[in-house]
Every structure is written in structure tokens, then in C-alpha cells.
Design a protein around this ligand. Structure first.
Ligand code: HEM
Length: 410
């Protein structure tokens, strides 16, 4: 028995000790309530003031689909599209089959599916130019680091689909795109993953494919920081666009696993300023200890180096905080160059990276200054390269008698 089997069998929270192969496997009985024992019936509510998929726990699989509207798309067409999308998304996330669904049995396993809709500039240009937030435009170029490929940039409409089951996700994508296909075409799709459901304890910070604990410092709903930095409540100097709305910056960042292999553990920890073992700052013991950026060693150098990622990413102004909710990507090895027929490695063997998703009330005031500092100096840049960039406005959620984005039409 694994812990996962125990959970699937309904023994979830509080089951305490489960007999493993020859050993007892203890786990905390204080599992958080959102850890739903049975995925086949696990749902995340669709309706509400805010869209799901942002401050809800990230499921194992994420699919990001940027869509371009057809050339002559009218305001009425956008309203039709959003009505269909809202209806289909609400049904799929509840484990019900939308009307267009020809494989309705697949819809019966919602597996924490969320559908989050984002708007590019053109939606506003067509529907309500006066409501377009000033920040909704491509980010300024970060010339030192950007190697952007237009294949991963921009888009008129974003669908962010997340679920804990890959079949559920594939089916939801197809069902939603069926409803949309007469309105335009797909611009790009980015497919990502995190640890599987049950592989991490609830509340545990995930690791990226560099092996780093990634996500320690993040706004949370446990205090007011999510409301402030993501939903823009009581945050001075930012342009929050509508109550319950936010923005999403998606940066596709290549991680060079082959040159990362050449660096040893001390160099890797020095680059970030945190320990690989448990994510503690180099000045602390536990993951959530506050990093002491002023601490020096016996030689007088700061323990957390001037070029360390966490020093450079730390806020310099109150507003400079973002919610990071990234997904890993790892393209099939056969797509990577450098493996000769005889199997010896002559070059790279991975196309790996992060779909770096950053949510904040105002990307210009919150995301850009951080990215600017990192572009100027960050040891992680030795191994990472941004290859795609897109900004979307995320509209508020809606009630059952409304559709996502309806406020643009009033
Ligand atoms: C912190 C990895 C890109 C912003 C961290 C940490 C790691 C990490 C391991 C420390 C633990 C944590 O707090 O999560 C990476 C990797 C990246 C990347 C592998 C690229 C592949 C970025 C980018 C931004 C960013 C593009 C924003 C423009 C931050 C922030 C923190 C952070 C704000 C918290 C800083 C603090 O301690 O106050 N990142 N990161 N990261 N990163 Fe990144």
C-alpha cells in the first residue's frame, strides 16, 4: 500500500499510519481539507467573484492555450464565444458533459479541473477599448536575457486548463476548443506538469526540474497578501482593473539541464541563496526562515551573494510581489538534438524549462521591476533563457446567470 492507495481508498485525512512494504509509513493527520481523497469526484467550484485556477491549489497538469480571433470578429461574436466558453467550462469543471461532447463519459471525472480565461488586447479593442488596462501590452524587452520566439508570444484569448488527471485535461481541451473553433485559430499551446496528486504532502512546496524548492515566498490566502498583490485590494500605486480581476504574465523559460549538470551543489545553492535539501535560506535552517540579506561570513562577504536569485528578486518597493504558480515542461527527448545513433551524448539531451506563470494586479508595477533586476544580474541566468512572453488580463469570475467577461459589455 502506498499513501496514495490509502487515500484513494478513502482513508485520507487522519488515517495516521499505513502499513507499507515491510514498514510502517506515518504521515501527518492534520492534512488540509482541500486534499480531496477521491479524484474522480474532486471538483473546484467554477462560479464566484474570482475565477478558479489562481488562488486554488495547482493540480498536476496545466495546459495553456492562446487563441487568436478571426480577422473580422465582432463584439457580438465575442459575447457569443464567451457565453459558450463559460457554459462549457462550468459543466466540465462540475464533471458534466457539455452539449458538444461526443465522449461524455470522459467528462464524468473532473479531477480538480479548473478553466481560467484571460484576455489579450484585441478582446478589449473589439468590445470596450476604454476599459483596457494600460498595462495590457507586451512587456518591455529584457535585452540582456530574452531570446523570444514568436511561436510562444502573445495571443487574443487565453485558456488555462489545470487538472489532476491527464485524460480529463485532454478531453476538456477538446470539448472547449470545439465550441471555439469557428471564432479563430490556436496560436500556441504550452503543456506543463508538476508532481502528481498524492506525491507531495498538502502544503509542501514543490520542486522544479533543477531540483530546487520553488514557491516558498508567495502571497497566500492565509493572510491578506493574496488579496493585496493578486487581487489589487489596498495596494497603493497599482492599477487593478476590476474587482476580482488580475493579470497573468506567462514567460516560457528554457532551463539548460546540460550546463546545470556541470555545476556542483555549493554553486547551485549560491546561485539562488537557498539550500537544495530543504529550501532554507543560506542564512537559516528551515525553509520558511526569513533570509538575512545583510549577514556576512568570516571574510566579510554577504552569505547570500550579490548575484543570488532571491536577493535580486526580493521586493525593493511594497508593490513588487507576485504570485508564482509555474508548471514544468519537458519535451520528448527524441525532439532534442545531440544524441547520436550510438547513444553517446554529443550535445544537449533535454528541452526542459518552466512555464513561469506570474499573477499580479498590475504587471508593470509588480512584475517588470523584478524581471528588470533579474535581467541585469542573476546567477540563474547562466542556465535559464526566456523564450516566450505573453500578458493577459484575467477578468473577474461570474455567477450562474452571467458569463466570464460580461462586465466589458455593460
Ligand atoms: C524565488 C527559481 C525565474 C521571481 C525563487 C526560488 C527559486 C527560484 C528556487 C527560491 C524559493 C522561492 O521563494 O520560491 C527560479 C527559476 C526560474 C525563476 C528556476 C527560471 C527558470 C523567476 C522569474 C521571476 C522570479 C522570471 C520574476 C520575474 C522570484 C521571486 C522569488 C523567487 C519574486 C522570491 C524572492 C524572495 O525571496 O523574496 N525562484 N526562478 N523567478 N523567484 Fe524565481
Amino acid at each position: 500500500w502506498s499513501r496514495r492507495t490509502a487515500i484513494a481508498a478513502g482513508l485520507g485525512a487522519g488515517a495516521g499510519v499505513v502499513a507499507g512494504a515491510g514498514s510502517a509509513y506515518a504521515y501527518a493527520s492534520s492534512q488540509s481539507p482541500e486534499y480531496t481523497p477521491n479524484l474522480s469526484t474532486a471538483t473546484v467550484g467554477f462560479y464566484g467573484d474570482k475565477q478558479a485556477g489562481i488562488d486554488t491549489p495547482p493540480p498536476a497538469y496545466g495546459q495553456f492555450i492562446a487563441f487568436d480571433l478571426g480577422e473580422n470578429t465582432t463584439k457580438d461574436a465575442v459575447a457569443r464565444l464567451l457565453r459558450i466558453l463559460t457554459q462549457d467550462a462550468a459543466q466540465l469543471t462540475a464533471g458534466q458533459a457539455p452539449i458538444v461532447d461526443q465522449e461524455p463519459e470522459l467528462a464524468a471525472v473532473p479531477a480538480n479541473l479548473t478553466v481560467t480565461v484571460g484576455f489579450g488586447e484585441r478582446i478589449f479593442d473589439i468590445v470596450a477599448p476604454e476599459k483596457k488596462p494600460d498595462w495590457l501590452k507586451p512587456l518591455p524587452a529584457f535585452k540582456q536575457i530574452d531570446r523570444l520566439d514568436d511561436a510562444w508570444n502573445d495571443g487574443d484569448l487565453l485558456l488555462q486548463l489545470c487538472a489532476d488527471d491527464r485524460v480529463t485535461l485532454a478531453h476538456a481541451q477538446r470539448a472547449l476548443l470545439k465550441g471555439l473553433r469557428s471564432f479563430g485559430s490556436i496560436r500556441w499551446v504550452q503543456e506543463g506538469f508538476r508532481r502528481s496528486y498524492g506525491s507531495e504532502n498538502p502544503g509542501e512546496t514543490t520542486r522544479n526540474l533543477f531540483g530546487q524548492i520553488d514557491g516558498t515566498i508567495n502571497p497566500t490566502s492565509a493572510d491578506d497578501t493574496m488579496n493585496q498583490y493578486v487581487w489589487g485590494q489596498n495596494l497603493e500605486g497599482v492599477q487593478a482593473w476590476e474587482p476580482g480581476g488580475t493579470s497573468l504574465v506567462i514567460r516560457r523559460i528554457h532551463m539548460n539541464m546540460d550546463t546545470w549538470d556541470l555545476s556542483d551543489r555549493p554553486a547551485r545553492e549560491d546561485a539562488v541563496g537557498r539550500k537544495l535539501s530543504n529550501g532554507a535560506p543560506l542564512t537559516g535552517t528551515n525553509e520558511h526562515d526569513v533570509a538575512d540579506l545583510g549577514a556576512t561570513n568570516e571574510l566579510g562577504f554577504t552569505v547570500i551573494a550579490p548575484y543570488a536569485h532571491i536577493r535580486r528578486a526580493a521586493p525593493e518597493k511594497e508593490a513588487e510581489r507576485i504570485l508564482r504558480r509555474p508548471y514544468n515542461y519537458d519535451l520528448p527527448v527524441s525532439h532534442a538534438s545531440g544524441i547520436s545513433q550510438h547513444g553517446d551524448i554529443t550535445g544537449g539531451i533535454s528541452q526542459t524549462g518552466l512555464i513561469f506563470c506570474s499573477y499580479q494586479a498590475d504587471p508593470i508595477q509588480q512584475f517588470v521591476p523584478i524581471q528588470q533586476r533579474l535581467a541585469e544580474l542573476d546567477m540563474l541566468n547562466t542556465w535559464t533563457t526566456p523564450i516566450g512572453s505573453a500578458v493577459f488580463a484575467i477578468p473577474a469570475g461570474c455567477r450562474e446567470d452571467q458569463f466570464i467577461g460580461q462586465s466589458l459589455f455593460s
